[in-house]
Design a protein around this ligand. Structure first.
Ligand SMILES: NC(=O)c1ccc[n+]([C@@H]2O[C@H](COP(=O)([O-])OP(=O)(O)OC[C@H]3O[C@@H](n4cnc5c(N)ncnc54)[C@H](O)[C@@H]3O)[C@@H](O)[C@H]2O)c1
Length: 377
């Protein structure tokens, strides 16, 4: 036990499952917490597990789940490709271990429902990583709703305008197919902002959507561009525009307008860096719109590194929730809610008709293309 650990509180023992690009953010985040030890890591690829353990000074590297759980872990982070999340979260629940799962929670709604149910029945906490909720700017939007500045929300807007090169899809074998990635820009990138939008505006009642693959069609079967119109149960409307086909990328924005007429929004630019409130158009308050110079597109390691402080904030909150025996700030149910909306969006792309999240049924995300509608290539 280190000097900063009070003798009356045992250290929390953490394991990392999946030793790829994002797992390092988790290790850094846990290490920043008092009384937390990262004791084991697991990867399907033995060399990756061993290299990761060596890089981060983790005592046990394994490919075997039973061996992994035999190291008395209290908490695991699941950092593997999306379709593998369910099996690993269910294993954690079966071993009575709290689990923080990377986004998206799963690639279909029934899978996410099983994960939520298994953790609830096992009495373990299930958290989902949506670290952008910890941007100070994202929290100021939430506060503007809570303190009445915005009144009742009436309009939400999301833009996810990103650059991805061909190597992004070809260098990582699981990206870009319906079976292994579960979707395209909506499933992998825009889901962060769908989570924010639902944090602000609540449940979605109706969606209309279109999607296509304009830029990366030679390499992927999922969409690289998607537009969705959302109607919320509280009567608000929303629009989500998302693409990885831009060069250069133009960043990520979310803005909420309320019944007072005020608008509060944020800009994340370059991708991954701390968002700022770029719109604060509140009667009586200054409008803030810092000019932004166009920058070169960041590579994936730089984006992941920029996200690290916010993984640390979310993981600090998750660790506290586990210690206090309460639900974490972003629960499995929260992640299930945005996944239900996402499923309805893909259903609307396929059907060409409006769809309702609650009516899309258990097979809402079919692992097939959304239909291209003859758009230009
Ligand atoms: N929150 C964020 O901002 C953020 C950023 C990047 C990635 N992610 C998410 O994190 C997850 C991982 O992404 P990544 O970019 O680190 O992927 P990656 O491909 O770099 O790493 C995944 C690792 O998991 C291992 N793996 C695959 N299947 C496994 C299994 N069944 N059991 C154990 N190990 C297995 C692979 O060998 C690989 O080392 C994805 O769900 C992704 O969406 C989230």
């Amino acid at each position: 036990m280190s000097a900063r650990e009070p003798a009356n509180q045992p250290a929390l023992r953490v394991g990392i499952i999946g030793c790829g690009a994002i797992a390092g953010n988790h290790v850094l985040a846990y290490r920043a917490q008092p009384q937390v030890e990262v004791v084991a890591c697991l990867d399907a690829d033995a060399e990756r597990a061993e290299a990761f353990a060596a890089e981060h000074g983790i005592g046990t590297a394994t490919t075997d789940l039973e061996n992994f759980f035999a190291h008395d872990v209290d908490v695991v982070s699941v950092c593997t490709p999306h379709p593998t999340h369910e099996q690993l979260v269910l294993a954690a629940a079966a071993h009575g271990v709290h689990v923080l799962c990377e986004k998206p929670l799963a690639v279909d709604v029934p899978s996410a429902e099983r994960m939520v149910a298994a953790c609830r029945e096992a009495g373990v906490r299930l958290g989902a990583v949506f670290q952008r909720r910890w941007w100070p700017a994202a929290q100021r939007i939430r506060e503007a709703l809570d303190d009445g500045t915005l009144g009742t929300p009436i309009l939400g807007r999301v833009e996810v305008l990103l650059h991805r090169d061909t190597a992004y899809y070809t260098a990582t074998p699981w990206r870009g197919t319906w079976a292994t990635d579960g979707g395209g820009v909506l499933m992998t990138q825009a889901i962060h902002y769908l989570d924010l939008l639902q944090w602000y505006l609540g449940d979605v009642d109706l969606v209309m959507a279109a999607a296509d693959t304009y830029r990366h069609g030679e390499h992927i079967e999922v969409e690289d561009t998607l537009v969705a119109t959302l109607r919320f149960t509280n009567g608000a409307m929303g629009q989500l525009v998302a693409s990885t086909a831009l060069t250069p990328g133009l960043g990520l924005r979310v803005a909420v307008t309320g019944s007072t007429g005020a608008t509060v929004g944020l800009l994340e630019y370059p991708e991954g860096t701390e968002a700022v409130n770029d719109v604060w158009a509140v009667p009586g308050a200054a409008a803030l719109a810092p000019p932004v110079a166009l920058l070169p597109d960041a590579d994936l390691p730089s984006i992941n590194a920029a996200l690290a402080p916010f993984h640390t904030l979310q993981i600090a909150e998750f660790v506290t929730a586990v210690r206090e025996g309460r639900e974490p700030g972003v629960t499995g149910e929260d992640a299930l809610r945005s996944l239900r909306t996402l499923a309805a969006v893909y259903a609307a792309v396929r059907s060409g008709r409006p769809e309702r999240p609650d009516a899309t049924g258990p097979d809402a995300i079919e692992h097939e293309g959304p239909g291209t509608g003859g758009a230009p290539r």
